[in-house]
Design a protein around this ligand. Structure first.
Ligand SMILES: Cc1cc2nc3c(=O)[nH]c(=O)nc-3n(C[C@H](O)[C@H](O)[C@H](O)COP(=O)(O)O)c2cc1C
Length: 473
């Protein structure tokens, strides 16, 4: 058997062993528990509807329906956008429930004109969790009705400051707090809650803001005696990434890009293929007409816009308050709706920074199984690293003890023995013998631990060589 085959076989058997030994943890949001710590990010327009949400819920994650401009999937959207939005949301929620048991959430952008009717519909339909982003969900939230319906609320934030602001404001106005937060970093897909110059700034990366948000919520956890999960989002691609963010204090992760490239995603297959086909240089930051930066796959539509081409569009309602509809070169909802239908001449696909790493369109079941497996392997390497670190600490302590004992033997006894009375001399000899015995024990223990560290390090090196993604653990 070749060396490579041997390693691959070892890796395959390890994967199997690890999957049961290091299962991905559950995610608890208030009284709702998902078997896996994975949330599928809400993706508008019409990218995450009942089909994707149900498939994710079936696998143990939280499936999320994106509510903004959801009415565009209806024939009469341009006659009455609000009615079409509410009708489509209700239908998709019921459909998701019919297709799968498990947790189904709704993502609503706070800034949309239809925010309140959509929120009320989601509460009446008893969505499990409301994910509220693109603005601060502070004013006019029907907290009482939400609680009576047993619905949980999770705002989407980009900083600890925003999280604190929302929680303090809820305390003051509603005598209550939300049930957790999603913290979305600048590598996410769709509209971003960062200024263009912050997107690549190390100070704003997800690794930095997750611990900041965890700290911000700590104060409220203590005061309210509740545990408030922080869910990390933006650029999380593998099980290793999931393991890393849970290690930074997150209780779960939210993935968007990976779920687009699935059979069950509700977008047209040409939208998904745009991910498979794109290269890193095709992923660009755009200035959306709604005044926020966004990340998308470059294509004919965005190129035409960049050349100054003005598209003709219908604007039935200014659906986002911040939209400069009068000056805009195109309608973002219309462009996203065209892309959803696979018409990439008249629209473009929003995507996360890692879309170029997508290699294939796969069933959700396969994607989730892969994430669970790579999570388990990462957890296994993490546990080995922790063991190495603990043993290295023991080695250092043994080394110190050895040095001190040796100094004692040499100094206190050998020099002193010459001048002592016979009786004391016997006591000292016994003590010296005991110390020498301890020295021998320390040495044996030291050698044993050193050998174990050597074995673990060699095993880790083989794993990292076979699976380079693990080196980030
Ligand atoms: C196509 C697409 C559409 C999105 N639409 C929304 C949306 O309507 N509302 C929202 O809060 N987030 C939206 N997002 C962000 C996702 O919910 C998710 O947080 C983010 O994409 C996570 O980063 P990842 O794609 O790197 O996994 C969208 C993302 C993508 C890729």
């Amino acid at each position: 058997m070749s060396f490579r085959t041997a390693i691959e076989e070892k890796l395959a058997s390890l994967r199997e062993q690890c999957a049961s030994k290091y299962p991905m943890p559950a995610l608890r949001i208030g009284d709702k528990t998902a078997a896996l710590s994975i949330v599928q990010g809400g993706m508008g327009v019409g990218i995450s509807l009942s089909n994707l949400a149900a498939a994710v819920a079936r696998e143990g994650g939280i499936g999320v329906i994106a509510a903004n401009a959801i009415g565009m999937i209806e024939d009469d959207y341009y006659d009455d956008p609000a009615a079409a939005n509410v009708r489509a949301l209700r239908r998709e929620l019921r459909e998701a429930r019919r297709k799968a048991a498990g947790l189904i959430g709704v993502n609503i952008m706070v800034a949309v004109d239809c925010f309140h009717p959509l929120l009320e519909a989601a509460v009446e339909e008893r969505a499990d969790i409301l994910f509220l982003g693109a603005g601060l969900p502070i004013k006019g939230i029907p907290v009482r009705a939400i609680r009576e319906a047993g619905v949980r609320v999770v705002p989407i934030v980009s900083s600890g400051r925003a999280a604190r602001l929302i929680f303090r404001s809820w305390e003051k106005h509603y005598g209550d707090i939300p049930d957790g937060v999603v913290v979305e970093g600048p590598r996410a897909g769709g509209h971003l809650g960062f200024k263009p110059d912050e997107i690549d700034d190390p100070a704003f990366q997800l690794e930095r803001i997750v611990p900041e948000v965890v700290r911000a919520l700590g104060e409220f956890e203590t005061r309210w005696g509740r545990s408030l999960p922080v869910i990390a989002a933006g650029g999380i691609f593998t099980g290793e990434d999931i393991y890393r963010f849970l290690g930074l204090g997150a209780s779960g992760v939210q993935l968007g890009t990976r779920f687009v490239a699935t059979d069950e995603c509700d977008a047209d297959v040409r939208f998904k293929q745009a991910y498979v086909a794109c290269r890193e240089e095709d992923i660009v930051i755009i200035e959306s007409p709604v005044g926020l930066p966004g990340r998308a796959v470059r294509g004919p539509f965005l190129e035409a816009v960049a050349r100054g081409g003005k598209k003709i569009f219908r604007c039935p309602s200014r659906c986002l308050e911040s939209c400069a509809a009068g000056k805009a070169r195109y309608c973002i909802s219309e462009a996203l709706d065209s892309a959803r239908k696979g018409d990439l001449e008249n629209g473009f696909a929003f995507c996360g920074a890692n879309a170029h790493r997508v290699e294939a369109i796969v069933p959700v079941k396969q994607l989730v199984a892969g994430l669970k497996q790579s999570y388990a392997l990462a957890a296994f390497v993490g546990a080995m690293r922790t063991e190495v670190a603990k043993r290295a600490e023991t080695l250092a302590a043994l080394r110190d003890e050895y040095k001190a004992t040796l100094a004692g033997v040499r100094g206190r006894f050998e020099a002193g023995l010459r001048h002592m009375a016979e009786e004391r001399e016997a006591v000292c000899r016994d003590e010296k013998a005991r110390m020498l015995e301890r020295l021998a024990q320390i040495k044996a223990e030291y050698d044993q631990i050193k050998e174990r560290i050597r074995e673990l390090s060699a095993e880790i090196a083989v794993l990292l060589n076979a699976e380079p993604a693990l080196s980030a653990i």
